[in-house]
Design a protein around this ligand. Structure first.
Ligand code: SF4
Ligand code: SF4
Length: 180
């Protein structure tokens, strides 16, 4: 619908506007409409490289408890020694391997107890930002957030914990809800 409308605009462009400028303008207008309408009716398609993670660490804190390793990730984690907030250990020592071959996260590498904060979430000194100490091998579930498998930005309550998701969906009411 929008494509044909833009085509119509392009055909009826005013003679005073240079062709190239008009094409650029109509492309931008179309992109803005699609973004605004998608935000209202469903999910946004955003290129991952254009997603501006603010490194607030909120997803790492909030998703704790639902994180796991797939069977393949378990195999990979067995091969890596990693830095953590508890020192240097085999990555797999932070996981509880289940009979299915997958693993629950996170556990203390020595003591037999569950951890309530990811051991790889490190606060940057003097900044309200965080980094992941296992960036190269972080679980797929961490890599995916807040995208769906179709490459769209999730538009659900859990995803809206993320300030960048809220910014994209322009939903300030949610900010108040999360902060309360
Ligand atoms: S593994 Fe990395 S991305 Fe995943 S919760 Fe921990 S710090 Fe965050
Ligand atoms: S909550 Fe969003 S902005 Fe914050 S670290 Fe996670 S993905 Fe990045």
């Amino acid at each position: 619908m929008f494509g044909s409308f833009i085509l119509h605009l392009q055909k009826s462009e005013p003679a005073s506007i240079p062709n190239q400028c008009f094409k650029e303008w109509s492309k931008k207008l179309l992109a803005r409409w699609i973004t605004q309408i998608s935000a209202k009716v469903g999910r946004l398609s955003v290129d991952r490289k254009d997603f501006k993670c603010q490194r607030c660490g909120r997803c790492c804190k909030e998703l704790q408890g639902s994180l796991y390793l797939t069977e393949n990730e378990v195999k990979g984690w067995k091969k890596h020694v990693v830095k953590s907030n508890y020192g240097k250990f085999s990555a797999i020592s932070f996981a509880d391997i289940l009979p299915t071959g997958t693993a629950d996260l996170f556990f203390h590498p020595i003591e037999e107890r569950e951890l309530f904060r990811c051991p790889f979430l490190r606060k940057l000194p003097g900044e309200d930002k965080y980094k992941c100490l296992v960036q190269r091998i972080k679980p797929q579930i961490c890599q995916d957030f807040p995208f769906t498998e179709n490459g769209e930005v999730r538009n659900d309550e859990e995803a809206r914990m993320c300030p960048e998701v809220r910014r994209l969906y322009n939903d300030q009411d949610c900010e108040d809800k999360i902060q309360s």
